[in-house]
Design a protein around this ligand. Structure first.
Ligand SMILES: [Zn+2]
Length: 269
């Protein structure tokens, strides 16, 4: 009896504190990095599907992915880094029989075996969404980041308004060389909605981004986009210009990208 009363009290307090925290979601970040200073990291998003294993069947839609990625990039703008959607793949998970044979005790590394061969590729990060696993998300390797669409987080003041952008941004933080830092409002704290980065983390993540040759500077992407535009590789040019116009800040490069994107869209590309 006493126990259940205590529990009710705890629930009431949690309710009270989350009511106070509210669902406000606003990122008022100072524009620390100019448009030209941004790094662009290609990202392939995979929505794993399953005909008969509920935990493997991701419930997200393309619209969800675009919303999530937009918020991931608001978080990572703090470090002048943007994750650019290389492609979105909706695909049946493989080795499902092996997964079922594990009877619910699935080692985290096993999730790598769920990845279909055809959509693996070098030169980009890969995030796989599924429905359920023992943790919210896990970074195993650059091409093996897993996030469950049923992720839950502890709300903190000024935190993200939904779990998935925060979990995804956190795992990408590990991919950029960051370790855990247990301070409630941090991106690299475990299990909270916080998303702030400190100067050291920003420096470390940017150094890692710079060291990976497939993460590009704005100048490189602009050059690639212009070359593709002139060669009439319309699809590639459009994708690269879309990446550029999504970067915060103003610049002549961005204006040109906007104009050419408009031109390509008018041509029905
Ligand atoms: Zn972590």
């Amino acid at each position: 009896m006493r126990k259940s009363r205590l529990w009710l009290m705890v629930c009431w307090l949690i309710g009270l504190s989350s009511a106070r925290v509210g669902r406000t979601y606003e990122i008022n970040l100072l524009p620390t990095f100019s448009f030209e200073e941004f790094y662009l990291a290609p990202l392939r998003v995979h929505l794993l599907q399953s005909q008969d294993v509920a935990d493997l069947h991701c419930r997200l839609t393309e619209k969800d992915v675009l919303r999530i990625l937009g918020k991931v990039n608001k978080i990572w703008a703090q470090a002048g880094i943007q994750f650019c959607l290389e492609s979105l793949v909706i695909e049946e998970a493989v080795h499902q029989e092996e997964y079922k044979a594990l009877n619910g005790s699935v080692p985290l590394e096993f999730h790598l075996r769920l990845r279909p061969e055809a959509s693996k590729a070098e030169g980009m990060f890969h995030v796989y969404y599924l429905h359920n696993m023992s943790v919210n998300g896990v970074y195993l390797q650059a091409d093996g980041i897993f996030v469950k669409d049923s992720a839950r987080l502890r709300e903190v003041e000024g935190g993200m308004d939904e779990p998935l952008p925060r979990v995804t941004a956190h795992e990408l933080g590990h991919a950029l060389g960051l370790s855990h830092r247990q301070d409630r409002v941090n991106l690299m704290a475990s299990g909270t909605t916080g998303f702030s980065l400190n100067d050291m983390e920003i420096e470390r993540a940017r150094a890692k981004a710079k060291s990976l040759k497939w993460i590009r500077s704005v100048a490189d992407v602009a050059q690639m986009a212009n070359e593709n535009f002139l060669m009439k590789n319309v699809r590639e040019a459009k994708k690269l210009y879309e990446w550029l116009v999504a970067i915060p800040g103003e610049s002549a490069v961005k204006e040109l990208a906007k104009r050419r994107l408009e031109m390509l869209r008018k041509q029905g590309a």
